[in-house]
Design a protein around this ligand. Structure first.
Ligand code: ADP
Length: 425
């Protein structure tokens, strides 16, 4: 534990089924806040807390300490806000978990597959938090559910601009979230599905295929089912992407957070055997500004290269000759239908690999290192890691890159992201 000495401490006594909500100031110079359970029992987003242990929350954290039975907790430091709320949807969320657990039991008995659940709603309604809660509750009763992360803006699993799947084997760590070991990650390349909706839907299908294959050979994974986190884009093509996802994963349950129209549309458009459930959002969910979201994305990339709190990584910087690698962008700029070559459709252009010759404008871009081998379909292959271009020398034809692993690169097919990272370390 980091020492709480010298910090102001404030005690809160919580009645049963209430939560203490607090926010830590954002910005690099902001002071951390610590929290300790003194008596009773409490949890944070589905993960149980140990008594008399100080948990530390960094800048920008927005936390709810919920108690089923009542408890008292101490906060050390100066949170931006802190208050107790009696009005939480936690009972409804718990009931949702119980219903899913019932479906898993039934699946076990009938030798069927467990529930596949899609969580949808606009941005900032607590989708990721509900996913985390349901996954942690499921592992706590011995299940092995899979998290499918389709939020390319704020991924809980990998860097922004990716979609991924992760088998959940233990509840989320209170401070750090789910332990990310061996996730399956695909390159999307930007933080909004709208930049290439064809690619987004294609990758959703890839994840669904891999998950279904795994379920065929792994009974626990099959019974555990999956919880799919989606983007907050719920109109037009964003809505179509949700319908596509529901069909690709053959979802059984859709949880709609705080959006009645979306709920009605999905009820109308999805097959009748899909249970569509409307759930309220928690009043504690805080709207994040664009700036706040951008910071969170940057932080996620920084973590990828430099580690998180207790664990520090030391990334490598080295040179890569242009001739050593093949760099592509996925998706050719769209052209009017009338100009397309005979027999080619817009779909083809969105999934097309466009070779890129490195220029100065590549500086600071993130690149995905594709796992594809010779002859593999690169677009549909997972990635094995990410690098950032820190310099391009067109004279000597050399790139300088930041990489989590030392030279040489494990593979030589690189995919460009729209996302840039300026290393301030
Ligand atoms: P979404 O996935 O819909 O964009 P999130 O689940 O990421 O939303 O929630 C947004 C923010 O609100 C997160 O920082 C999360 O920690 C916080 N949050 C969620 N539920 C609560 C709550 N009950 N009290 C306080 N903060 C919360």
């Amino acid at each position: 534990d980091a020492p709480a000495a010298g910090k102001v401490s404030t005690r809160y006594d919580l009645e049963k089924e209430t939560e203490l909500r607090f926010e830590v100031e954002s910005g690099v110079s902001a002071e951390q806040v610590q929290m300790e359970v003194l008596t009773g029992m409490a949890e944070i987003f589905g993960s149980e807390l140990n008594r008399n242990k100080k948990y530390t929350f960094g800048p920008g954290s927005k936390i709810a300490v919920f108690t089923w039975q009542g408890c008292s907790v101490n906060l050390y430091g100066k949170p931006e806000v802190a208050y107790v709320s009696k009005d939480t949807p936690m009972l409804l969320y718990l009931n949702t978990h119980c219903a899913l657990e019932q479906m898993r039991k039934q699946a076990e008995e009938d030798n069927e597959r467990g529930p596949r659940v899609m969580v949808v709603g606009p941005t900032d309604v607590g989708k990721s938090t509900v996913c985390r809660l349901l996954l942690s509750y499921a592992v706590r009763v011995g299940r092995r559910p899979t998290l499918v992360e389709l939020d390319v803006g704020q991924s809980g699993v990998s860097v922004p601009g990716t979609v991924s799947a992760l088998c959940i084997e233990r509840p989320a760590d209170v401070e750090e979230g789910f332990s990310v070991q061996a996730p399956l990650v695909y390159h999307f390349g930007s933080t909004s599905p709208g930049t290439n909706i064809k690619l987004y839907n294609k990758l959703t299908s890839c994840l669904a295929d891999v998950f279904s294959q795994r379920c065929e050979v792994n009974r626990k994974a099959s019974v555990g089912g999956c919880i799919i986190n989606t983007c907050g884009w719920v109109k037009g093509s964003g809505y179509q992407a949700l319908v596509h996802c529901a069909s690709a994963f053959e979802v059984d349950v859709v949880l709609v957070l705080d959006h009645e129209r979306l709920y009605n549309e999905l009820k109308r458009d999805l097959p009748h055997f899909v249970k569509v459930v409307l759930l309220p959002k928690s009043g504690g969910v805080v709207e994040r500004s664009k700036e706040c979201r951008r910071e969170a994305r940057d932080e996620k990339i920084r973590e990828y290269f430099y580690g998180f709190r207790g664990v520090s990584f030391f990334p490598f910087s080295f040179e890569v000759r242009f001739s050593e690698v093949r760099i592509y962008k996925i998706g050719a700029p769209s052209i009017p239908d009338s100009c397309l070559p005979l027999g080619m459709s817009q779909d083809d252009t969105q999934l097309k690999l466009v070779p890129v010759t490195p220029g100065r404008d590549l500086t600071y871009h993130m690149l995905s290192v594709s796992n594809a081998d010779e002859g593999d379909n690169i677009v549909e292959s997972p990635v094995c890691g990410f690098i950032v271009v820190t310099n391009v020398d067109t004279q000597t034809q050399v790139l300088k890159v930041l990489s989590p692993a030392p030279r040489p690169l494990p593979k030589h097919t690189l995919l460009i992201m729209d996302i840039r990272f300026m290393d301030m370390k």
